[in-house]
Design a protein around this ligand. Structure first.
Ligand code: FAD
Length: 418
């Protein structure tokens, strides 16, 4: 069997894989990417966060993405009935990027993969990893092309960026159940001719439809808008018929979407994704590191997936370079802990969203601008800024703030009665 020799094998050409491949390649190492699918390919995850821009910049991707003319994104809007909460990233507490993009991932991911290839990193499409043998930190990976031909890649290090494929956790039984409840999404791309009725295209809108059920509205520069419903799997069962029947009934059931999306043309039939939350015990091992969705994916509500993918890949790539140089790396302290810091901050916000705690905070009139800026930084993906109390105390600060708002409202209404 043919064996190719590289310094670093990267599994998957999504954002995690390409960011890692580019940064390691720029340090002068021989990198190869293997990707199971043919690009462009569909993947969900269309709304980015400003923090991802720092990783995309270090990977040398910004100019190529800019040239594609994707929709710029300046904030996030939350809607519940008549109540509205609009965050613009300009208001955020942490210094950093104040904008990003809303992208069709097929085009976005192909742009990243083409750019990394043009830098000199070979990307083998329709090539699936089927097995890995480790000998210390060295490894030999077996891959299979679309015609069933097998070959081997010997590497000094592996970066697993295989997303929902979860190659290394599956091959080595590292999978762990998530502590989040299973949820389901029903979504499509719509030809949004009545967009001007409601939303500015330059932000994501999240609509609270019912407790625990929400809608994402992500406009693209092309006039197409991604729209998806997320909720408990049982919630969708009350709607009869095909997935398209359910989707159109849901659009009709929500006042915010009813008129704008009535009889809307769909770019593809509504699709379903469910039970996406997954995690792994350890994000590293002798000769490998897990990045992006392979580490842990929580929930789509705060559009954190691509940002966590890019940032984990950025952090991992720098550590891989040090390891290849023969320097000591404390993977637990330098990789696992910061990665979990980001994941756990978002976990607190995801839980607070589904528990209704964020409804109390987001839809309070006359919000304190300092607190709003601090929460805005989290929504921009700046979840490593420990000077932000809503990052540092992510597990308690939201609950405390919601409780204070509720008590103040109660006091106000009782003094109004007196
Ligand atoms: P991926 O983008 O999945 O790339 C992994 C690549 O690895 C794939 O191309 C795959 O083909 C390849 N691969 C898999 N197995 C193998 C193998 N055996 N051999 C070789 N290659 C392999 N995130 C956001 O940031 N914003 C959003 O608005 C958002 N919305 C979402 C909505 C829903 C309903 C869901 C479920 C997720 C959403 N996400 C969102 C999350 C987002 O989809 C992921 O976090 C993101 O795509 C992760 O990037 P990645 O590079 O880790 O993996």
């Amino acid at each position: 069997m043919k064996t190719e020799q590289v310094d670093v094998l990267v599994i998957g050409a999504g954002p995690a894989g390409t960011v890692a491949a580019s940064i390691i390649h720029q340090a002068g190492y021989k990198v190869k990417v293997v990707e199971k699918q043919k690009f462009p390919r569909f993947v969900i995850g269309e709304s980015l966060l400003p923090r991802s821009m720092e990783a995309l910049e270090e990977a040398g991707f910004i100019d190529a993405i800019k040239a594609k003319g994707f929709q710029q994104k300046f904030g996030a809007k939350f809607v519940k009935g008549d109540a509205l909460c609009d965050f613009t990233f300009q208001e955020q507490y942490t210094p950093g990027w104040t904008w990003t993009w809303q992208v069709t991932r097929a085009d976005f991911d192909k742009t990243l993969a083409d750019t990394v290839e043009s830098m000199g990193v070979p990307v083998s499409y329709e090539t699936t990893v089927t097995g890995i043998r480790f000998n210390g930190s060295d490894s030999v990976t077996t891959v299979e092309d679309k015609d069933g031909h097998q070959s081997e890649i010997a590497a000094r290090f592996i970066v697993d960026g295989s997303g929902y494929g979860r190659v290394i956790p599956k091959l080595f039984n590292l999978e762990k159940n998530s502590n989040l409840q299973p949820r389901k999404a029903l979504f499509a791309h719509t030809v949004d001719t009545r967009r001007s009725m409601a939303d500015e295209p330059n932000r994501i809108t999240a609509v609270v439809h019912k407790p625990g059920v929400w809608i994402w509205i992500i406009p693209f520069a092309t006039g197409v808008t991604s729209l998806g419903f997320v909720g408990d799997p049982e919630f969708f069962e009350q709607y009869p018929g095909t997935d398209e029947d359910k989707y159109r009934a849901l659009l009709e059931a929500e006042p915010y979407t009813r008129e704008r999306f009535r009889d809307v043309e769909l770019v593809f039939e509504p699709r379903i994704l469910q039970s996406w939350s997954a995690t792994t015990d350890k994000f590293y091992g002798d000769g490998f590191v897990l990045t992006g969705n392979v580490t842990e994916f929580l929930d789509p509500i705060f559009s954190s997936g691509v940002t966590l993918a890019c940032v984990s890949a950025q952090t991992a790539a720098k550590l891989v370079i040090r390891k290849l140089k023969g320097e000591a790396v404390d993977w637990e302290k330098e990789y696992m802990e910061p990665t979990m810091q980001g994941v756990n901050t978002f976990r607190s916000y995801v839980m607070a969203w589904y528990e209704g705690i964020l409804d109390t905070i987001f839809f309070k009139k006359d919000a304190d601008p300092v607190i709003k800026g601090q929460i805005c930084s989290v929504l921009a993906g700046y979840v490593w800024d420990m000077s932000n109390p809503f990052v540092k105390n992510h597990d308690t600060a939201l609950k405390r703030l919601a409780r204070t708002i509720e008590l103040t409202d109660k006091l106000k209404s009782s003094s109004a009665i007196e």
